[in-house]
Ligand binder design. Sequence first.
Ligand code: ZN
Length: 228
Amino acid sequence: MSRIISPGIFRRSKIKAFFTTKKSASAGRTISALTDIPENRIYKPVQKHTDNVIVVGYDMKPRVADAVLTRRKGILVGVSVADCVPVLVYDPVRMVCGSVHAGWRGTAKGILKNTLDVMTGEFFSNPSDIIMAIGPAIRWCCYSVGIEVLESVMSSTGDGDYHTKSGNRICLDLSSANRQQALSMGVDESKIWMSDECTYCYPERYYSYRYSRGSMGRQGGFIGMFTD
Ligand SMILES: [Zn+2]
């Protein structure tokens, strides 16, 4: 079982960008051992299902946010997830990268759109330059929700091909909803990589909050710009 998933879309970039599995989890110490990056150069925000986007530079103190961007080279920024959607973003022109945690609440609040807003507004990113990877999360097959959850996600995402019905169940695909949010912001379809694995379908490979009914384990998504 591999410890790391490296989206092919970043292959030509001078960055480290990867998703972890149950085996590698998301603790700073483990990620440090895996990457040879010192633990004090690995930043994870205090996640609270908010729509806060922070920019991290030399001040690495923990702050409440569910998306973290950086222009600083030599650090990794990451999020922890177990069913929620981890998204990695990178603009190779403006040299900014980041990591986003999007559960249904974050998706309903438009956390990924907020992240892209900061990239375009503060760092002058052109959305069509942005490369994006959407990591393993709970998918349509295993994520049935109430109508109020679907409606709140639709309020930020618009309608689209990210939900379906199976009998009386509403099946929601947050990965596709986030993909749709990115497309609506002008990200190029060909620059979005999306995992096809479902965390609930592969409990031996991934932590799944729903499968384990609330286990504390998490995998992660990490990204950073390095010169070598
Ligand atoms: Zn599934």
